[in-house]
Design a protein around this ligand. Structure first.
Ligand code: UFG
Length: 334
């Protein structure tokens, strides 16, 4: 079966390509390589020893996307491509709305035109806003604090409406919690541009000595130790979740949380990283970061029940694999 993977050279997309190739699928990557390294495509091939196709295209370009749909007999689409930095989305809202929403529209239109029924969409737990934890798929979504989050909520709405009007479609909307970790080979992982916004890449760069100390954004939340609680999920588990979603489709649009169901505070994560890797992480407590919520973790029962999928890797392997990848990165890739 042929699967088009948009953003297949990105962090989550690349790990999912590996899972798909290992499960016997043919993969066609569409990526414009603006926020990732094109070398990743070769690394996917090195790791899996399997061939794949890739096209350097912008997914908002309808003509290029139609060319791909015409050229391959696609059995499904996994749509990862998108801008993802919350802060940047506040500075460049037009870019975010245009890129993230138009790409979804272009792909949905092509799916209908070329009779491709299976569609998997990368959404985010951010669409829950500041709901009460654990987050359940049936909850009413609350406004997010940034355009990035709104593009995800909007794309979800669009896909649900399109699925309702076109019952042949089988759409899975996957709400990711906090993906961390890297492939166990240490060859691919997350490579943020500039100073990382997210906790784990910041921690690994402190461990490497590239950054001096971690700032812990607030210790006065109503959580176990006052620091923010998140549901960290190993990117390899997340990748397996996509394969499970692809293999367990049904008519309509279905929404699944992909997380572990377990909350970990910032201090707990630092502690886990130090223990797993035997490295001290210097940190200081600073003010809260604006837009952050206290706690975010998933109710994972629906994915387990309907996809027969659950996350298997624990926080120790997340910390070890993230660190292994960071150590392998050459200085000039920063
Ligand atoms: N944190 C710090 N210091 C840092 C970075 C983060 O203390 O330098 C804290 C945050 O305050 C938060 C936790 O670590 O409590 C996790 O922060 P991240 O930035 O790693 O992740 P977020 O939960 O804020 O956001 C992530 C993704 C979003 C996605 C969201 C889904 O970045 O794209 O998860 O819940 F929408």
């Amino acid at each position: 079966m042929n699967i088009l993977v948009t953003g297949g050279a990105g962090y989550i997309g690349s790990h999912t390509c590996i899972a798909l190739l290992n499960a016997g699928y043919s993969v066609i990557i569409a990526d414009n390589f603006t926020n990732c390294n094109r070398e990743t495509v070769n690394k996917i091939v090195d790791i899996t020893k399997k061939k794949l196709h890739f096209h350097e295209v912008d997914v908002t370009n309808e003509r290029s996307i139609n060319e791909i749909f015409k050229r391959y007999k696609l059995d499904g689409v996994m749509h990862f491509a998108g801008h993802k930095a919350i802060g940047e989305s506040l500075e460049k809202p037009l870019n975010y709305y245009y890129n993230n929403v138009v790409s979804t529209l272009v792909l949905a239109k092509a799916c209908l035109k070329y009779n491709v029924n299976r569609f998997i969409f990368s959404s985010s737990a951010t669409v829950y806003g500041d709901n009460k934890t654990p987050f359940v798929e049936t909850m009413t979504l609350l406004p997010t604090t940034n355009p990035y989050g709104e593009t995800k909520a909007m794309s979800e709405r669009i896909l649900v409406d399109i699925a309702n009007a076109n019952p042949q479609l089988q759409i899975s909307i996957l709400r990711y919690f906090n993906p961390v970790g890297a492939h166990e080979s240490g060859l691919i992982g997350e490579t943020p541009n500039g100073i990382p916004n997210n906790l784990m890449p910041y921690v690994t760069q402190v461990a490497k000595g590239k950054l001096k100390r971690l700032k812990v954004f607030g210790n006065d939340y109503a959580t176990v130790d006052g620091t923010g609680v998140r549901d960290y999920i190993h990117v390899l588990d997340l990748a397996d979740g996509h394969v499970a979603a692809f293999q367990n489709t049904s008519s309509g649009a279905r929404i699944f949380n992909l997380g572990t169901g377990k909350g970990t505070s910032v201090l707990e994560l630092i502690n886990a990283f130090e223990k797993a890797n035997g490295i001290k992480i210097p940190y200081e407590i600073t003010n809260r970061r604006s837009g952050d919520i206290a706690s975010c973790y998933a109710d994972v029962s629906k994915a387990k029940r309907e996809l027969d999928w659950e996350a298997k890797r624990d926080i120790v392997s997340m910390c070890k694999d993230s660190w292994r990848f960071e150590q392998n990165l050459k200085e000039n890739t920063f």
